[in-house]
Design a protein around this ligand. Sequence first.
Ligand code: AMP
Ligand code: ZN
Length: 134
Amino acid sequence: MNDCIFCKIVKGEIPCYKIYENKDVLAFLDIENDVPGHTLVIPKKHLSDLDACDDDVFAKVLLASKKIVKHFLSLGYEGVNLVSNCKESSGQIVKHFHVHIFPRKTNDGAKLTMQPAKQKTSLELMAEKLRFED
Ligand code: AMP
Ligand code: ZN
């Protein structure tokens, strides 16, 4: 897509701080510069989100993410958070599938939080609602 900012990064039309790339995947630092080392892993092919991703691309992005995580751990980071927002309701802003990697250290002060629901749902009813089989 022409107006996609991540496609422009893939094409080299706008710069990025590249961390890793292979034939299908590119990883670069998130411009937000919040958690140190916050990295985005994207397919080079434009796919709007996880829902639009075919299995092949999804696997390639996840395998590259694993490789990057192992590299970060080898550099001395002690853990990571992996996050992927899918669709606006989840907070997805850039409509090109991406995985966030947040490198972590013990007591680094960073925190990924979910607001607890005001009313607890029944796990039994929820499981009934969500359960499915292939
Ligand atoms: P999301 O909310 O999951 O769609 O996150 C999109 C992320 O892309 C945000 O964390 C932004 O800081 C990041 N971002 C947007 N534009 C750029 C850019 N040009 N280079 C690097 N990261 C970017
Ligand atoms: Zn794109």
